[in-house]
Design a protein around this ligand. Structure first.
Ligand SMILES: [Zn+2]
Length: 228
């Protein structure tokens, strides 16, 4: 049973899909060795909710903690639960869909849709699955150690159910309601995770921009395949 280190985040390029078909990254090359400059350097115009990224409470609450508020240990997870959901397009995932996969120790819940939607196609942002607001109410009060939910959907807001999606963000991120806010990772790459994958450890590293309400992140995991 071999251990492997894998990425659970995508790299970003100009084809990275954006929620609601919004802006992607724009890269201006400001120095070019090819042009006789001493080095290569670029200027990035990077939406902070593009690609695999973290939503902090400040995304929906003016006084909520921002990305830089969290200590390094917050971002390391040893108790990880994986929920496989099979759902139609635009579907909302409820707390009852997720609870069978959770334990009282769960720190990080990963939600993987089967079958996956091809990320390059329009459906990926236009017909994405979302979470329903009861996920925040139910999971925050029951699972006190749960700090982050990561999804392989472009957002926890289903594009076709945007008002409900905003409410879902609020119930999860509200710094003042029961339990702790549950931060969100959207647009995760869970393609390397299978039914029999055991995830030992996950490290999430958002870009630490001061006061950021969200930030692109790299995520690495130590996994092993159960050969049964
Ligand atoms: Zn976001």
């Amino acid at each position: 049973m071999g251990l492997k280190i894998v990425f659970l985040s995508y790299s970003i390029d100009k084809n990275t899909p954006a929620y609601g078909n919004g802006d992607s990254i724009r890269i201006d090359q400001i120095k070019k060795i090819e042009n006789g400059d001493s080095c290569n350097a670029s200027l990035w115009h990077l939406p902070n909710h593009l690609g695999t990224h973290v939503d902090a409470p400040k995304h929906f609450f003016q006084k909520g903690p921002s990305i830089d508020f969290y200590t390094p240990d917050f971002w390391i997870f040893q108790n990880i639960s994986l929920a496989h959901v099979s759902c139609d397009r635009n579907r909302l995932i409820d707390a009852k869909d997720l609870m069978p996969f959770l334990s009282m120790d769960t720190e990080l819940l990963l939600v993987k849709k089967e079958p996956a939607v091809l990320r390059g196609c329009r459906k990926y942002w236009e017909e994405n699955y979302g979470l329903s607001p009861d996920v925040g109410y139910e999971l925050r009060s029951r699972y006190k150690r749960l700090r982050v939910i990561g999804v392989d959907s472009i957002s926890i807001s289903s594009w076709q159910n945007r008002m409900v999606g905003q409410e879902a963000h609020r119930t999860l991120l509200d710094p003042d309601s029961t339990g702790n806010p549950i931060l969100l990772i959207e647009d995760m790459d869970l393609s390397v995770i299978h039914e029999n994958t055991i995830i030992n450890k996950v490290i999430i590293l958002p870009l630490r921009i001061k006061e950021a309400d969200g930030a692109p992140c790299s995520i690495i995991a130590e996994v092993q395949e159960d050969e049964e």
